[in-house]
Write a protein that binds this ligand. Structure first.
Ligand SMILES: NC(=O)c1ccc[n+]([C@@H]2O[C@H](COP(=O)([O-])OP(=O)(O)OC[C@H]3O[C@@H](n4cnc5c(N)ncnc54)[C@H](O)[C@@H]3O)[C@@H](O)[C@H]2O)c1
Length: 265
């Protein structure tokens, strides 16, 4: 087991990529804080973690609100006594053309992903630096390295997350905490609610462009991947396990693609 005895906080842990990471971490021996803004989904994943023989604290939080994240950090510490791994994965994707976008809606994306990650790093990284031991994994996207239409708040946020990752990696090293690594994962288009759900990317593009969902997939999205397929959440979770493991202790400040060759930077 690669993560035996470790404690991980996974935001957005209630479904999709976050759920897959929670289950993969539990299989590798970690206890979990399953954190998202949907309490019922957190509870369901916590039960799955329990059935794998690990402990889980389901925690309802809006990561865009700093006080809620700080309360979550206190709850995590009082339950487990430490946090070794932070996976800042919570996210939303509001599609639309920049010039037609609603500014509150646009801001919300930045608040959840950029400020959410900022709040979580502020709450959990000091303990890691103090113990000179820890892993921070930030869920960016290939949209943190490229862009396409109708996705400006998402691309802006995901680019910013790579900036936060690189800066924080340099800062913890500057503080002498060489046992703390900070990396981003950049998935390609993945098979989750955010893409294939009733209000996901495929449905929204189909509505915006007057194409069927099949046409959106066949003509627009499929060709973005060299492998012409969606990435499964478990493939991203495998990278999150690796980055959290001792084997990955020499990897920091990186933004690693899991995208079927959709992006090569
Ligand atoms: N699905 C993809 O194609 C894809 C590609 C690249 C990156 N990502 C990123 O992976 C992460 C997970 O996405 P997913 O595909 O599993 O989507 P998802 O919609 O299935 O999951 C998103 C999770 O974030 C949680 N969340 C949303 N707003 C929150 C808030 N304010 N506070 C706390 N939790 C909140 C949701 O409850 C949910 O658990 C996101 O950051 C997303 O941008 C997804």
């Amino acid at each position: 087991m690669k993560l035996r005895g470790m404690v991980a906080v996974v935001t957005g842990g209630g479904r999709g990529i976050g759920r897959a990471i929670c289950l993969a971490y539990a299989e590798e021996g970690a206890d979990l804080v399953v954190a998202s803004d949907v309490a019922a989904e957190n509870a369901a994943v916590a039960a799955e973690v329990g059935s794998l023989g690990r402990e889980a604290l389901p925690y309802a939080v809006d990561v865009s609100v700093e006080s809620q994240v700080n309360e979550m950090a206190e709850a995590a510490l009082s339950r487990f006594g430490k946090v070794d791994i932070l996976v800042s994965n919570a996210g939303i994707n509001r599609r639309g053309l920049l010039i037609h976008s609603d500014s509150d809606d646009w801001k919300k994306t930045v608040e959840v992903m950029v400020y959410g990650t900022y709040h979580c790093c502020k709450a959990f990284v000091p303990g890691m630096v103090e113990r000179d031991n820890g892993r921070v994994i930030v869920m960016s996207s290939i949209m943190g390295k490229q862009a396409n239409p109708a996705n400006s708040s998402y691309a802006a946020s995901k680019h910013a997350l790579i900036g936060i990752t690189r800066t924080l990696a340099a800062e913890v090293a500057m503080m002498g905490a060489r046992g703390v690594t900070v990396n981003a994962i950049c998935p390609g288009i993945a098979n989750t609610e955010m893409v294939t759900g009733s209000e996901g990317t495929i449905a929204r593009l189909s509505e915006m462009l007057g194409m069927s969902r099949e046409e959106v997939w066949e003509q627009l999205l499929k060709k973005m991947s060299l492998q012409e397929r969606l990435i499964e959440p478990e493939e991203i979770a495998a990278m999150a396990v690796y980055l959290a493991s001792r084997e990955a202790r020499g990897i920091t400040g990186q933004a690693i693609n899991v995208c079927g060759g959709a992006n090569m930077c």
